[in-house]
Design a protein around this ligand. Structure first.
Ligand code: HEM
Length: 188
């Protein structure tokens, strides 16, 4: 088994268990909503941190090694976010009963970010890169839109997750700014 295949299995076996758990015990939807949410968040912030970390700590080889698994991390993030959303649908009883909630700011922001993650997940392959050419990079910059949507999704969801949002997004934004500054200095 190649390392990339091992990464697929490692990242997605918990997702498989979580989906089976939701199907078997729909009354425990809240556990699935939260586990899916924080798994997706960890993978997403981890993925977005990779490029800034490489730029700030260019000598750290382990970051470059992790960077080889971007595709696996990104697609798994989408899968966990989807399971998180499925938990919400189960909470509401059915897709039809969940749809009217789209006008709620938390759900609207969640849906918008999930839609972006979906487009990025289905185009995270060599075929799409070849087909889209230079547009591929532009399209994948939409990940930064999703970043802000997810942050506001969490802020609107409220409660203790505002602290978690701060814990996840403040270091991320700080490293992104450091990377941007380094790029500017290099250009100057
Ligand atoms: C259609 C898409 C989505 C729906 C319907 C949805 C729904 C929800 C709901 C209802 C909550 C409040 C949960 C609660 O506290 O009981 C929530 C919170 C949260 N969502 Fe989403 N979400 C969606 C997409 C996303 C995506 C793409 C992410 C990506 C990481 C995400 C991450 C989170 C996180 C981290 C929380 C905070 C969990 C907490 O309450 O502590 N969501 N979402």
């Amino acid at each position: 088994m190649t390392n990339k295949n091992r990464a697929w299995v490692l990242l997605n076996i918990p997702a498989l268990f979580l989906s089976i758990y939701l199907a078997l015990f729909p009354e425990n939807y809240q556990f699935v909503v939260l586990t899916g949410a924080y798994s997706a968040l960890t993978l997403y912030v981890g993925l977005l941190l990779l490029n800034p970390l490489i730029s700030v700590f260019p000598k750290q080889k382990w970051i470059k090694k992790l960077n080889k698994y971007r595709q696996q991390i990104g697609i798994s993030c989408f899968i966990y976010a989807l399971i998180h959303a499925a938990g919400f649908v189960v909470k509401r009883g059915s897709i039809l009963k969940a749809i009217p909630w789209i006008i709620h700011p938390v759900i609207l922001l969640g849906f918008a970010s999930l839609s972006i993650l979906f487009v990025l997940a289905i185009t995270s392959n060599r075929f799409s890169m070849r087909k889209l050419g230079p547009r591929w990079k532009k399209l994948h910059k939409a990940t930064y839109i999703a970043q802000w949507l997810i942050l506001f999704h969490m802020i609107f969801a409220g409660t203790t997750n505002n602290y978690v949002a701060a814990l996840a997004f403040i270091p991320l934004i700080a490293f992104q700014l450091a990377r941007r500054r380094k790029k500017k200095l290099r250009k100057a």
